[in-house]
Design a protein around this ligand. Structure first.
Ligand code: IFM
Length: 454
């Protein structure tokens, strides 16, 4: 049995395009994910987020579920295409929607943890070049300012970006994510402009709010070399640079690792970095969000790797990604809770005093509804408990971890996989929009309401 500290935040997380639906309502304009979903063959099961969990209309019902779960915070994202329908214009109906959501959360005693960007770039900005264009970062700061003015008095924590690695490299290098481009030089420019957008957005929020809790959420990669050989260790370091250092360096230390620039010099001269950018990017943050699911193992390759997963890592052509051992989740991901403890303790050693939160953690399984009308999901329960325990072990080792958000409150639209992969601790019947409790939801309810893991 383990008791977490009083005041520890237990939350659940979602993202706008994954749960909202209502893509044509109240002045929302298309996002890159609408375009991706409309492109044949891009979403494995042919579904889209057009209806998803219909949370746009059912948010009160979902907040009632969160209240029953006993969570103290809801991590959600606002949809940029609902707020800024074209450059320079503000869609008040979109702002009002999130204002009502935030009020309803506060009324239920649930702290709003708001993410400004969880991948739904307005399509008109992609048409103008998307994240590889510097201008997108300035447009993001304008959107952040609008949201800060509208909700700054009520939001608990402002997160600029969710997993910029996915936005840059799955979106522009590998192409599995929207906008589906496969252009390594562009993906590095996208990464830099996402960093810049983070800094500019925090500056914009700072200009309109007297004080606020600021954060960014990174999916840092737990990378292990296949052996102790110098080549395999170097391969792992290369992956960590383009997976992790590319964000941590500029955002928290004000510099890109020179070796990262060297690793990618055959792809890009990084001329998109302008004087003063790194000072803008390095803004103080109140809390660093870590999203953690699984680990990565690599070895040095003897021939260039270009296809599949390798395509998502610019500058890592001579690195081979290896299958992971053990029982894999429905995503094919390994279950290694100890890596979560390691990452949290490493972050706390590297950035002493920086508050940390696990802003996403969870697992997809092929759930079934039983005859009793419920979902019995022992694998998800075991995953949840093992990872909450891993967070507890990091706290024991002195890491200042202040919260854990289960991904996800609901089954939802899992990007390139569509609706077929279920991460929810509460099931969604997409035909009826019924919410159905899973055992993992009940297990999390016990943890969230008591602070005890048993
Ligand atoms: O569903 C995603 C989420 O949008 C970002 N983090 C990982 C989750 C599971 O793939």
């Amino acid at each position: 049995m383990r008791k977490f500290p009083d005041g520890f935040t237990w939350g659940t997380a979602t993202a706008s395009y994954q749960v909202e639906g209502a893509i044509h309502e109240d002045g929302r304009v298309p996002s890159i994910w609408d375009t991706m979903c409309a492109t044949p063959g891009k979403i494995k099961d042919g579904t889209s987020g057009a209806f998803a969990c219909d949370q746009y209309h059912r948010y009160k019902q979902d907040i009632a579920l969160m209240k029953e779960l006993g969570v103290s915070s809801y991590r959600f994202s606002t949809a940029w295409p609902r707020i800024i329908p074209s450059t320079g214009k503000v869609n008040q109906s979109g702002v009002d929607h999130y204002s009502r959501l935030v009020d309803a959360l506060l009324e239920a005693g649930i702290k709003p943890t708001l993410t400004l960007y969880h991948w739904d770039l307005p399509q008109y900005l992609e048409d103008a070049g998307g994240w590889p264009e510097r201008d997108t970062a300035y447009r993001f700061a304008e959107y952040a300012e609008v949201m800060g003015k509208a909700l700054g008095d009520r939001v608990d924590t402002w997160t600029t970006l969710n997993e910029p690695w996915c936005a840059a490299f799955l979106g522009y290098a590998d192409g599995e994510h929207a906008p589906g481009r496969q252009d390594h030089p562009a993906s590095l420019a996208a990464a830099h402009h996402l960093n810049l957008a983070h800094g500019l957005a925090l500056q914009a929020l700072g200009a309109v709010l007297e004080s606020f809790r600021s954060s960014v959420t990174l999916n840092l990669h737990a990378v292990y070399p296949a052996s102790k050989s110098g080549e395999d260790i170097a391969a792992a370091e290369r992956i960590k640079r383009v997976g992790n250092e590319i964000w941590l360096g500029p955002m928290l230390e004000g510099a890109y690792d020179p070796q990262l620039l060297a690793d990618t010099s055959h792809i890009s001269d990084w001329a998109f970095i302008q004087d003063g950018d790194l000072a803008v990017i390095r803004q103080p943050i109140s809390v660093l969000g870590l999203n953690y699911y699984s680990t990565t193992a690599v070895q040095a390759a003897d021939h260039p790797q270009y296809s599949g997963w390798a395509g998502a890592w610019p500058g890592a052509e001579m690195v081979e990604f290896l299958p992971r051992p053990g029982a894999l989740t429905a995503m094919g991901w390994d279950q290694t809770p100890s890596a979560l403890t390691e990452m949290l303790t490493e972050l706390s050693a590297r950035y002493p005093g920086l508050e940390l939160m696990v802003t996403e953690n969870g697992s997809a399984w092929d759930d079934l509804v039983s005859n009793d009308g419920l979902v019995h999901d022992p694998d998800r329960v075991a995953f949840l408990k093992a990872h909450v325990e891993a967070v507890g072990q990091a706290i024991d080792k002195g890491a200042p971890v202040s919260g854990y958000f289960a991904w996800s409150l609901l089954d939802n639209f899992e990007w390139a996989w569509g609706l077929s992969k279920r991460f929810g601790i509460i099931r969604v019947d997409y035909d009826t929009q019924e919410r159905i409790w899973k055992d993992s939801g009940r297990a999390y309810q016990r943890i969230a309401t008591t602070g005890i893991l048993d």
